[in-house]
Design a protein around this ligand. Structure first.
Ligand SMILES: C[S@@+](CC[C@H](N)C(=O)[O-])C[C@H]1O[C@@H](n2cnc3c(N)ncnc32)[C@H](O)[C@@H]1O
Length: 278
């Protein structure tokens, strides 16, 4: 027999790809998922030979660096759970901050909103559920991501309309927007070698990377298309790479947007740029 606490410690030491504190959190997350046990159950005793095979299989996957959200098939975002697969980016805390800002700054009723590059649909679904009578649309180039986003919308009862579209090649399919939001791919490919295995080996490259020589590619295309799609007085919200705040802000001002502003995340890093359409 082994108690919960000792099992967490023992397994965390086997997760060599992670720092010890993060490894412990991951083991606890897995034990909660499979056994319903939590940290408060630290004196609960377990017989290792009775642990379910599904838990042992998932622990073996965790050791390879596969993200726990992909292993258990879901990730938390803004107080709800979203299905995730290898085809969708795992929703991040920074994106919760982006969504929170939009909700806080736009209390009006019935706003028309579009999210470009939607992944799991975490942004439009949350906005649809948290804002008053918003009419919400979302696009992605990835058919498999859109399938998951649509499932999430159905499970969470969010009336979001999804459209397959390649923002680098096509115009924005909706006009008269009050809010255009995007967390597009923004990591220059040269950063790949310094990123954690659990991101580069398991999350979709299509969601993450941009060419080194043109890191603002998506911002330029979306802002260009936004000039037609956003109505006067409407707003554009971008999640950004911490190194490109000023570059994105300057780009938007050059393109005719006004009131461009860089907003930092909870870690004090430049993370959001917001601008208005005149
Ligand atoms: C950084 S992920 C963001 C996903 C989600 N919005 C989130 O915040 O968790 C970028 C998304 O853009 C999509 N994408 C990549 N290239 C695209 C393109 N050319 N047109 C539209 N979407 C694209 C990817 O499939 C991916 O879902």
């Amino acid at each position: 027999m082994i108690n919960y606490n000792s099992l967490v410690k023992k397994w965390a030491e086997e997760l060599e790809l992670y720092e010890i504190q993060e490894a412990q959190n991951l083991v606890e997350w897995l034990l909660e998922h499979h056994l319903g046990l939590r940290r408060v159950d630290m004196m609960h005793f377990l017989d290792e030979k009775d642990l379910p095979q599904s838990l042992l299989d998932d622990f073996a996957r965790l050791k390879t660096g596969e993200p726990i959200q992909q292993i258990i098939g879901k990730a938390p975002f803004y107080g709800r759970e979203f299905l995730v697969t290898k085809d969708t980016l795992i929703p991040r805390n920074e994106t919760e901050e982006l969504v929170h800002l939009i909700i806080k700054e736009n209390p009006e009723n019935g706003l028309k909103i579009l999210d470009i590059g939607t992944g799991t649909g975490c942004i439009p679904i949350t906005l649809s559920l948290e804002m008053k009578n918003a009419e919400v649309f979302a696009t992605d180039i990835s058919e498999s991501a859109l399938e998951i986003a649509d499932k999430n919308a159905q499970e969470l009862h969010a009336p979001v309309q999804f459209v397959k579209s390649d923002i680098l090649k096509e115009e924005i399919p909706i006009e008269g927007l009050d809010i255009l939001v995007s967390n597009p791919p923004y990591i220059p490919i040269h950063e790949k070698s310094s990123m954690h295995t659990n991101v580069v080996d398991f999350e979709p490259g299509l969601a993450l990377f941009v060419p080194n020589e043109d890191p603002l590619l998506f911002y330029r295309k979306i802002a260009e298309a936004g000039k037609k799609a956003i109505k006067p007085g409407g707003r554009l919200y971008f999640e950004i790479h911490e190194n490109f705040g000023k570059a994105v802000k300057d780009l938007l001002l050059e393109m005719g947007y006004s009131k461009a502003e860089i907003i930092q995340d909870l870690n004090g890093k430049d993370r959001i740029v917001r601008a208005s359409m005149n």
